[in-house]
Design a binder for this molecule. Structure first.
Ligand code: MG
Length: 390
């Protein structure tokens, strides 16, 4: 049985901040990616038709898709432009169904906590009954009021269910339901007008629909619960030789000196040790593997550019920097006047507070190569916090 999923994310609402809700960061990735990932991970789902606002369709893969998903999963996604209402968006996306599609599963991207278990139960119900929706028993007493002032009656709570998504339908039923013009705007009601019965599947109270800022806070608390805070320590060390006539760059700051550090890049020993500490904490390899010193692309490169790339890699993995403590070991020149500037520059590139970056300097008591002014070294420790479930 071939299943196509329609993930509805076409809303243009920005009331939860300046960005459209479906693209707002929830626990390290845009809201829509939570349910998208679950749908893509489901082997029975052959295609995901992702309904987006018109203006976001063309750039979806470049701006978002490739950043959060591997190419192998992107192949399953078919982005389409939605309409002005949810109903129209579903109707437009039905035109993109593959020929072999037998069942259509519809889900709202505003419900990020779609579980694999619920998805599987929906698919099972769909294949058995032809149409099903997730729903949960109403918890509150629900009363009727015609004028909004006085109640005109009560409904029996034990007979009331709150309807959620996902919903699943035989292809011909949902397509026919959307061809007929009816008053019903909800997919299950449309299919019911064809005389078909909708099977009720026990949903999940955690499968919330995010509408208000209170919902958003609740969603964040669910994520925090699932993902206990993970702290990771990293350490990095580096050494470069000094050579007369080279520029001396430390922490992205050029320091007046007759001697500078020798290396394939700008040889910023402090930044190199920092990059190794960050990569080590996130278990992302080391600076030599990621930016090889025999690659012409990195010849003479500003190490701050390498730090920027490292920052992006940490972000994709869901890490943020808690603090950095660095020591430069150099006999000369006196580095004290530059230490705060280095810290500020590192903080600026990593987009963190200068307050959490400490840069210190020590001499090497005139012993060994560093003490004799032949080389400089740096050592760095950092603490990362995993803030996303990635
Ligand atoms: Mg180095």
């Amino acid at each position: 049985m071939s299943i196509s999923a329609i993930l509805v994310a076409a809303g243009s609402g920005t009331r939860l901040g300046g960005i459209k809700k479906q693209f707002k960061d929830l626990g390290g990735k845009p809201l829509l990616f939570w349910s998208l990932q679950e749908l893509l991970d489901c082997p029975a789902v052959a295609q995901v038709i992702l309904v987006l606002p018109q203006e976001d369709v063309a750039e979806f893969f470049n701006r978002y898709g490739r950043k959060y998903l591997p190419d192998s999963l992107l192949l399953k996604i078919c982005p389409v432009a939605g309409g002005s209402t949810r109903e129209e968006s579903v109707r437009l996306s039905l035109k993109e169904l593959r020929t072999e599609t037998r069942m259509v599963l519809i889900h709202d991207a505003a419900r990020p906590f779609l579980s694999g278990d619920l998805l599987n139960r929906m698919i099972e119900a769909g294949s058995k009954w032809g149409a099903a929706t997730a729903a949960v028993p109403a918890k509150d007493t629900i009363k009727l009021s015609m004028d909004g002032e006085f109640f005109t009656g009560s409904l029996k709570r034990e007979e009331l269910w709150q309807v959620q998504t996902p919903q699943i339908f035989r292809r011909e039923w949902i397509c026919q339901a959307h061809q007929n013009i009816t008053q019903a705007t909800d997919d299950t009601s449309k299919v019911e007008t064809l005389g078909q019965k909708i099977r009720l599947i026990q949903g999940d109270y955690r499968n919330i629909k995010i509408t208000t800022s209170d919902d958003w806070e609740l969603a964040e608390s669910f994520i925090r619960e699932r993902s206990p805070v993970a702290m990771r320590i990293g350490q990095g060390w580096d050494l470069h030789r000094l050579e007369e006539g080279r520029s001396l760059i430390l922490g992205g700051i050029t320091i007046p000196s007759d001697f500078g550090l020798l290396g394939h890049s700008d040889a910023d020993v402090l930044t190199h040790a920092l990059i190794d500490a960050l990569l080590g904490a996130a278990k992302l390899g080391n600076i030599g593997q990621l930016f090889p010193d025999n690659d012409p692309a990195y010849k003479g490169i500003d190490s701050m550019e390498l730090l920027t790339q490292t920052k992006s890699m940490l972000k994709v993995k869901g890490y943020t920097v808690v603090n950095i403590d660095a020591t430069v070991i150099a006999q000369a020149p006196k580095l004290l006047p530059y230490l705060e500037k280095m810290a500020a520059r590192i903080a600026e590139v990593l987009d963190i507070e200068a307050d959490v970056v400490s840069v210190k300097a020590k001499t090497h008591e005139e012993v060994d190569a560093i003490g004799k002014g032949m080389a400089m070294a740096a050592q760095v420790v950092c603490l990362l916090q995993k803030t996303a479930l990635i």
